[in-house]
Design a protein around this ligand. Structure first.
Ligand SMILES: *Cc1c(COP(=O)(O)O)cnc(C)c1O
Length: 387
């Protein structure tokens, strides 16, 4: 079965993990610190904190930013559930802003309309979570400008965009957002099994993130109310156990060395798809703005199924019987029963996202996808659509 995404593990990755397993230390230790340094160096942030997964990173981001009950926090509907769920963890009030129809990332103009609408009711948006969807960075200049003009916190859910560039800069993420969160789930660009990270240039934010990562415990002398001895620690806030293990971190450092190569392979696959689908009407490859380098976590192809004699679900079923397991990214979050029921969202609220959902399919894209498989996928899609 060819899936839409898959990890790429080689013998050096395996050796890196095995060498840690043979040592004395398994959970968070020196390899986590190394991995955090590697992340800082690669992504150009002042600070980094490795955590158990991307969802934990989002949770910690909200805690570190002091989100409270009733705070209005905005994201776009075309994202994984965790981006929006992180708002609920802090008992915040989620709202959405529709995507731009060519970048599929949050539309800054619609965001400003929403900011103005809240302001006119005497309300305020506390924070905005931008999703670098599929590997296409958001319009971070505009989002950053708005964050200063309207005074809100800015989070980059960067899970799809490791290795992407914005104005030729692969260190853009922590420059424009207060907090960047990443995931190292096996379908993402690099993997640690489960895993994630928080990046920031703000020391107060990283100190909070580190505190909440381990039960809200501190041994930092400058923070202690008193000091009974070398064993002494204090708890000031309720935190969690969101640590990464040392053997996962060793895998992460090994994988990060290959990120540039992985992005290149993904880009080659995307170029192949671009060229293949160019010949067909009513099929649309993802756009790439000149200002960005797409890192292609996903290849979101849009097919206007109304113009074909086959439905999207039948198309999916047929590809599955051929051994091709596509996905759809994503079902708009505001249409999930939980969000409809608790926050009164409805079909029609975010039409660009809803239309995107009708048309989008995510084609297989990962470094180890062979050229034969790539051609097989393209030809099956063509046959099923045009038979
Ligand atoms: C994968 C992903 C997450 C969550 O990451 P996990 O490591 O699976 O918890 C959050 N947001 C987006 C956009 C993602 O793709």
């Amino acid at each position: 079965m060819i899936s839409y995404g898959k990890q790429s593990i080689d013998s050096r990755d395996i050796e890196a993990v095995v060498s840690v397993l043979k040592g004395d230390w398994l959970t968070q230790g020196p390899y986590v610190e190394n991995f955090e340094n590697d992340l800082k160096n690669y992504f150009g942030s002042k600070y980094s904190c490795a955590v158990a997964n991307g969802t934990a990173a989002l949770h910690l981001a909200g805690l570190a930013l002091g989100w409270e009950s009733g705070d209005i926090i905005v994201t776009s509907p075309i994202t994984f559930l965790a981006s929006a769920n992180s708002i609920i963890y802090s008992d915040g009030t989620p709202d959405f802003v529709d995507i731009d129809s060519s970048s599929f990332t949050i539309d800054p103009n619609l965001l400003e309309e929403k900011l103005i609408a809240y302001n006119s009711k005497g309300q305020k948006i506390k924070a905005v979570i931008g999703i670098d969807f599929a590997g296409h960075p958001c319009d971070w200049k505009s989002l950053n400008y708005l964050s200063k003009k309207y005074n809100f916190q800015l989070i980059n859910d960067n899970c799809h965009a490791l290795g992407a560039a914005y104005n030729n800069d692969i260190t853009y993420a922590a420059k424009y957002a207060d907090i960047v969160i990443q995931s190292f789930h096996p379908v993402k660009h690099i993997t640690t099994g489960e895993g994630g990270s928080v990046l920031t240039n703000n020391i107060e934010i990283i100190e909070e993130v580190e505190l909440y990562r381990t039960h809200g415990m501190t041994k930092d002398r400058s923070r202690l109310e008193k000091n009974d001895g070398p064993w002494y620690y204090e708890m000031h806030k309720v935190g969690f156990n969101y640590r990464l293990t040392d053997f996962q971190a060793a895998l992460g450092s090994s994988q990060l060395k290959k990120l540039d190569k992985f992005v290149k392979k993904r880009t080659n696959i995307a170029n192949f798809y671009d060229e293949f689908f160019l010949q067909f009407e009513n099929i649309y490859s993802p756009q790439r703005d000149n200002s960005i380098n797409h890192s292609f976590h996903l290849y979101p192809l849009k097919i206007n199924f109304e113009k074909f004699s086959i439905s999207k679900s039948e198309f999916f079923r047929q590809l599955r019987t051929e051994g091709i397991n596509l996905q759809v990214h994503y079902i708009p979050v505001h249409l999930q029963p939980f969000y409809k029921k608790n926050f009164k969202f409805n079909k029609g609220d975010f039409p660009i996202s809803e239309n995107f959902y009708e048309q989008e399919i995510s084609l297989p894209i990962f470094p180890d996808l062979s050229e034969d498989d790539l051609k097989f996928v393209c030809n099956k899609i063509k046959n099923i659509l045009f038979e």
